[in-house]
Design a protein around this ligand. Sequence first.
Ligand code: PLP
Length: 435
Amino acid sequence: MNHFSTQAPQVEAATLPGQPFVAYREGSLHLEKVALSALAQQHGTPLFVYSKAAMLSALAAYQRGFAGRDAQICYAMKANSSLGVLQVFAQAGCGFDIVSGGELERVLAAGGKAEKIIFSGVGKTRAEMRQALAAGIGCFNVESEAELDVLSDIALAMALQAPVSIRVNPNVDPKTHPYISTGLKGNKFGVAHEDALRIYRHAASLKGLQVVGIDCHIGSQITETTPYLDAMDRVLDLVASIEAAGIALAHIDFGGGLGINYNNDTPPEADALWRQLLAKLDARGHSGKKLMIEPGRSLVGNAGVCLTEVLYLKPGEQKNFCIIDAAMNDLPRPAMYQAFHAIVPVVPGSQAPAASYDVVGPVCESGDWIGRDRQLAVSAGDVLAVLSAGAYCMSMASNYNTRGRAAEVLVDGGQAHLIRRRESAADQMRHEQLV
Ligand code: PLP
């Protein structure tokens, strides 16, 4: 028995919910003014395609929220670190939140300014600290007492003072997937709220450091306002006690984490969220402080799609499988977090019978699925678009099964620019040698 049904294929509406720059026109899904069917034909699949307008529109929501304020938006580039994407944010005046020396090199290569870089992460190496100090980055977000000591020594050896902010763990539940909640007591990130004042005093005593701020980041794909408001309260309590101890804080870095609409999720808009957070900040007498934020997903997540071709339809006893040419190495979020990505045909109106499919890739793992129980009317050779694929997809892509990483295109109005060519097997073997 197979599970194909004969119900009529669903023709998608012209625009897709939560995806203002993705729409069906003239028989094909478009990103801005570019037909995705044409891009798939030109560049092959799997192919990531990003909309510059979608990124700038997401950024504009934050900029509206911070109008008239001293605020610095540092794009958390781990969400998508492709040079062409970084260039968009660098040209828009953004700073960057980095977590490695490699990310630092990428920002500089894309035209980002060193003084607008903040360096987060629990495991910065000495070499990375030296590299970042030599580049003149804006701030180190330090995540432990041990790291403070090492950073101070390294800065002193370079006859410098490292600007630091300490990441505090406000112990607030962001109500998101456990793998992407970071501000709880059991997480490896930041220092405990109750230890923060003591650690700030220690930092202020170290000759190689200059304390400039305080930092927190409670998690990712947060769709509620309350965890942010609670974390803000906890951080402002600390600001009061740290400043009462005579340690001035020039900025408050409130991290990133704002969610996007993957599957009828309803996160607050960035400007609405910040209206509430700024009201709290003002009410507690901190309107003069510089604000920093580190958004990643909310700037790029819904700016990207992944195009993939249907290789085979495989009816099964319990399930039908739609086997595509993208896999968990390209789109790791479903395998890692059971995450949902909408999957739609690039050219709708297929005459194929609609059926329920598990959409899976060619990788030799049962965890290699991209969507489960999806109602699709498809045939082999059709191109599908995996939506909301701008964040934590390409930047997490791997070469598992010696699969080359996908190509990437940046769309700007009616123009499409290849920003990364498809990786070949030769590219992958470049650093290996036979003995
Ligand atoms: N800042 C830090 C320290 C992070 O760990 C992360 C991601 O986990 C971000 C910013 C970006 O988060 P998001 O992409 O959810 O905005």
